[in-house]
Design a protein around this ligand. Structure first.
Ligand code: WTA
Length: 635
C-alpha cells in the first residue's frame, strides 16, 4: 500500500525523511508497486551534465500496476464514468474489468498494425474514454504515446507528428465542444498531407459525421478491434524506458517533446495523487483538464487509475447547455474531489451563485486548482460557494516537465492560505535564486524558482534532442533545474507562485511561447515583423497583446480586416487557444542596438501602465516608445 500522510506532523516527518535520505524514501514508496524485477539502485544523477535515472535496472509495466495487480479487488469497480457533451445522452461507465479488456484489445490492435516497443503513436482524440484506452494500450505494448490536444491546428499536429516520427495516428471523425461539432478527421487529414512517417490512422467513430477514409491508410476503430483478441500479455519495460512524450512551449523556438519514463513517473504521480487529494476508496475524482495536457495524463489517467480510483471524464464545456453544467455533473455523479483550473472558476464566477444553488454539492470533500496562479477572489469564491466552507482547496503547482504535483497543501492537513501553493511535497527540494543565481535563503524573499535535487517523475529529455533539454532547464543556473517561474516565500515559509519570468505566456492555464506566436503572426503575408507579450485578463489570467509591423503592400487595406485575418492565420498555425486579444499596428518595435526587443516596455504598454518606462536610452530609436504609447490609447 502506498504510504499516506495523515497529519501535519506526519507531513513534516515524511518531508524531513525525504530530504535527509531521498533514496531510502523513494525506495520504500516504490515497493508498493508490482515490479517484474526490482531495481539495483534507486537513483543516479548529475544536474551539471544533465541526467537522472530512477529505479535503475527495475522492470515493470505500468498497466500491470493498474490492472493485474488490483483486478482481484477492483474488477467490478467503476474506473471511468464518461459524461458526454450533451446531457440528454446517457453517460457510460467502464469498470476496471471492462477497461482492462478494452486496453488489452487495443494493445492487440497496435501490435497487429506493426507497432513495436519504442515506436511513437500520436493520439489526436476528443475527451472520450478511448483516449485513455489508447494511452494505456500504448503503455501496454511499450509504445511511446504523444497526445496532441484536439484543439490544436493541422500544422501544430503535423509538427508534433514529424518531430517524433510517429508511425500511427489515432483520431476520431469529429468531436463536440458545446453547441459546436468539430470535424477532427478533416484537420487530421490536412496534417497527414505532410507526415511521411505515418503508416496507419485508426479512426474512432464518435460524431458519425461523414469523413474521407484513405484507402490503405485509414482504418475504423470498430473494425480494428473486432479483428483482435481481448487478451494481451504486457511488454516488459525498463524503469527508464520512455512512457510518453508531450509537447509543451518554452521561451524559444518550436514546442519541445517533454519525455517521461515509466518507473519514476508511476511512483511519483500515484504517491502525489494519494497524498495531495487524500484519496479514499469510495472517492469519485473529477479532473476537468483535457487529456491533451499533462494534468490529463497524470491526474485523469495514470495516477488515479494506479490508485484504483473512479474517475469522471467529461467531453463538454462548463457553459453548455447551461452555465450550471459543472455543478450538475457533480450532483449527478456525486463527485467527491473536483480538480479544475482558475480560469474555469473565474468564468463561472461571472454567472453568480444562482446556477450553483440549483444543485446539491454536498458530496464534495476536496477542491483542487492547477495550471496558473489562482487569485484571491477566485479562491474565496471556490471555497465559499463550491466547497461551502467545508472543503480544503489544494492549489497545486507543477509543470509538464515535473510530471506530478510539486508544491501543494496536503488536503485538510496543511493549513491553507488563499493564492498560496503552500509547501513542497516530500522529495521536492526547492531553491529560490536571484537573477545571478545566488541563493536567497530565509523567509520573506522573492526570486526565481529552482529545484536542486531530482524527483522520480522529472523530465528525462526532450524528444530527439537532449542538448535542448539541458539548455532549456539546466543552463540558466548551474547545477539547478530552473522552472521559469517567479516565486515568493513569505514570513511563514509558504510559497506563492508569481507567474512566468521567461517568455512564456500562460493563457487559461495553457502555455505559449512568444516566439511561437510571433512565428504564427509572421506567416501572414502582410506582416513584416511582430512582438507579443502577455497582459492580465479577468478570465484567462493572461491574454496576448501583439504589436505588428505591416508590409508596405498593406497600405491600402482596411487595418481592422487585416487584424481579423492575422487572427485567422494564428489559429491556423497554432489553434484557437492562441487568439490575439489585442493587435496594435506599429511602425517600429523598441529594439536595443543589438537588435533585441525590449519586451519590458511592450509589457508595460499592454498593462496600461506607461507612467514610468525606465531607462530607454539604450534603444536604437527611443521615439518608437512614444508612438507605441499613443497608439495603445486608441485601441
Ligand atoms: C503555471 C500544468 C501558479 C506555472 C500543470 C508553471 C501555476 C506552468 C500553477 C506549467 C499553480 C501551474 N499556481 N502557477 N498552482 N500550476 N502553474 O506545463 O507558470 O501546462 O510553470 O503544467 O503553469 O504549465 P504546464
Amino acid at each position: 500500500m502506498l504510504p499516506k500522510i495523515n497529519s501535519l506532523a506526519g507531513y513534516l516527518y515524511e518531508y524531513q525523511k525525504s530530504i535527509a535520505n531521498p533514496e531510502d524514501f523513494w525506495d520504500t514508496v516504490a515497493q508498493s508497486f508490482y515490479w517484474r524485477k526490482k531495481w539495483n539502485k534507486v537513483l543516479e544523477w548529475d544536474f551539471n551534465d544533465y541526467y537522472a535515472r530512477w529505479f535503475v535496472g527495475g522492470k515493470l509495466n505500468i498497466t500491470e500496476n493498474i490492472f493485474e495487480k488490483n483486478l482481484f479487488l477492483l474488477a467490478n469497480k467503476p474506473a471511468i464514468i464518461w459524461e458526454p457533451n450533451d446531457p440528454t445522452q446517457p453517460h457510460i461507465t467502464l469498470t476496471y474489468g471492462e477497461l482492462f479488456e478494452k486496453v488489452c484489445q487495443f494493445a492487440n490492435v497496435l501490435l497487429a498494425n506493426g507497432i513495436k516497443k519504442g515506436d511513437v503513436v500520436a493520439i489526436y482524440l476528443p475527451m472520450v474514454s478511448e483516449a485513455a484506452i489508447a494511452m494505456l494500450a500504448c503503455a501496454r505494448v511499450g509504445a511511446v504515446h504523444s497526445v496532441v490536444f484536439a484543439g490544436f491546428s493541422a500544422s501544430s499536429l503535423s509538427d508534433r507528428i514529424n518531430d517524433a516520427q510517429a508511425k500511427i495516428l489515432l483520431t476520431a471523425d469529429g468531436n463536440y465542444r458545446g453547441a459546436k461539432a468539430i470535424e477532427l478527421k478533416k484537420i487530421a487529414d490536412e496534417a497527414l498531407e505532410s507526415c511521411p512517417s505515418i503508416q496507419k490512422s485508426i479512426v474512432l467513430q464518435h460524431t458519425k459525421s461523414a469523413v474521407m477514409m484513405q484507402e490503405g491508410r485509414d482504418i475504423w476503430w470498430h473494425d480494428a478491434i473486432s479483428a483482435v483478441d481481448t487478451k494481451n500479455i504486457a511488454e516488459e519495460m525498463d524503469a527508464e524506458d520512455p512512457l510518453f512524450t508531450l509537447y509543451t512551449s518554452g521561451s524559444t523556438g518550436k514546442p519541445k517533446g517533454v519525455v517521461h519514463t515509466t518507473g519514476g513517473y508511476m511512483v511519483y504521480t500515484a504517491y502525489t495523487f494519494k497524498n495531495v487529494f487524500q484519496y479514499e476508496q469510495d472517492d469519485i475524482f473529477w479532473c476537468t483538464a483535457d487529456v491533451g495536457w499533462v494534468t490529463g495524463h497524470s491526474y485523469i489517467v495514470y495516477a488515479p487509475l494506479l490508485c484504483g480510483a473512479t474517475i469522471v471524464m467529461f467531453e463538454g464545456i462548463p457553459t453548455y447547455p447551461d452555465v450550471d453544467r459543472f455543478w450538475a455533473i457533480i450532483e449527478k455523479h456525486k463527485v467527491t474531489t473536483l480538480y479544475t483550473a482558475p480560469t474555469a472558476i473565474r468564468s463561472l464566477m461571472a454567472y453568480g451563485t444562482e446556477p450553483v444553488e440549483r444543485h446539491n454539492l454536498s458530496s464534495l470533500r476536496i477542491l483542487g486548482s492547477v495550471g496558473e496562479p489562482i487569485n484571491e477572489e477566485a479562491w474565496q469564491w471556490y471555497y465559499t460557494h463550491i466547497g461551502k466552507g467545508n472543503c480544503p482547496i489544494v492549489d497545486t503547482w507543477w509543470q509538464t516537465e515535473t510530471g506530478g504535483i510539486m508544491i501543494s497543501p496536503i488536503a485538510g492537513i496543511t493549513p491553507t492560505k488563499p493564492a498560496y501553493a503552500t509547501l513542497p511535497l516530500p522529495g521536492v527540494q526547492l531553491m529560490i535564486v536571484d537573477s545571478e543565481g545566488k541563493e536567497l535563503t530565509g523567509n520573506n524573499v522573492e526570486g526565481n524558482l529552482c529545484i536542486k535535487f531530482p524527483w522520480p517523475s522529472m523530465i528525462r529529455t526532450t524528444y530527439g534532442d537532449h542538448e535542448r533539454c539541458k539548455q532549456a532547464y539546466f543552463s540558466t543556473y548551474k547545477g539547478l533545474y530552473f522552472t521559469g517561474d517567479g516565486v515568493k516565500r513569505d514570513a511563514d515559509g509558504y510559497y506563492r507562485i508569481l507567474g512566468r519570468v521567461d517568455d512564456v505566456i500562460n493563457i487559461s492555464g495553457h502555455r505559449l511561447g512568444t516566439a511561437e506566436v510571433e512565428n504564427a503572426i509572421n506567416s501572414h503575408p502582410l506582416v513584416l515583423e511582430s512582438a507579443v507579450v502577455g497582459f492580465p485578463h479577468d478570465i484567462k489570467g493572461q491574454a496576448i497583446y501583439a504589436y505588428v509591423i505591416l508590409d508596405n503592400a498593406a497600405k491600402n487595406n482596411d487595418p481592422e480586416k487585416i487584424k481579423l485575418s492575422i487572427n485567422v492565420a494564428v489559429s491556423k498555425v497554432i489553434g484557437a487557444i492562441a487568439k490575439l486579444d489585442k493587435i496594435q499596428i506599429v511602425s517600429g518595435l523598441p529594439k536595443t542596438r543589438s537588435g533585441k526587443i525590449m519586451r519590458r516596455i511592450l509589457r508595460k504598454v499592454a498593462e496600461g501602465d506607461t507612467s514610468n518606462m525606465g531607462d530607454i536610452s539604450t534603444l536604437l530609436d527611443p521615439n518608437v516608445v512614444a508612438e507605441i504609447v499613443e497608439g495603445a490609447k486608441l485601441l
